[in-house]
Design a binder for this molecule. Structure first.
Ligand code: FEO
Length: 171
């Protein structure tokens, strides 16, 4: 049986993952409106990934005798000044999520909850991959001139992302 303190912390992380999903779906809408269907697609898959991150913890808390209590989500930011600023916001958000996962892991260690430590190791790896992927996108975007004409080819490349490749960290 999971301690209440841990169940509460996991529930807060479930909310954070759903909030991430919501943020990326709003970014996808911005890209779709800006005639960047490839980027819109990439961010929509990110929405799916974040939803999976949330539901993985949702299932875990139940498997450990706890209960998921879904909390309200904030309205996500929906306007951006450029595509670079969209991906910089993704990076900033992922750094924030990494700090949350690390704090949750520390709590699991302090509370000697070994199953939670094991599942969180998956999230720790995932955060390393997500931060590296978005950093690479930002670097490449800057190389092609930010929001200049080469953006068309860049957008087409992001359109090729698949959910399988993203879960293995190559998206
Ligand atoms: Fe679920 Fe992108 O962290």
């Amino acid at each position: 049986m999971m301690k209440d303190k841990l169940a509460l912390a996991i529930n807060e992380q479930i909310q954070a993952e759903f909030q991430s999903a919501y943020l990326y779906l709003a970014m996808s809408a911005w890209c779709a409106q800006a005639n960047l269907p490839g980027c819109a697609h990439w961010l929509r898959l990110q929405w799916q990934e974040e939803t999976m991150h949330a539901t993985k913890l949702f299932d875990f808390v139940h498997s450990r005798g706890g209960a998921a209590h879904l909390k309200a989500l904030d309205e996500p930011k929906s306007t951006y000044t450029s595509l670079v600023s969209v991906f910089e916001s993704v990076r900033e958000h992922e750094i924030y999520i990494t700090s949350r996962i690390n704090a949750l892991y520390e709590l699991a260690v302090n509370e000697k909850d070994y199953p939670l430590q094991i599942i969180l190791q998956w999230y720790i790896n995932e955060q390393v991959e997500e931060e590296a992927t978005v950093m690479e996108i930002i670097e490449r975007l800057k190389m092609v001139g930010g929001d200049g004409p080469s953006i068309y080819l860049f957008d087409r490349e992001l359109a090729t992302r698949t959910l399988q490749s993203t879960t293995s960290g190559q998206g």
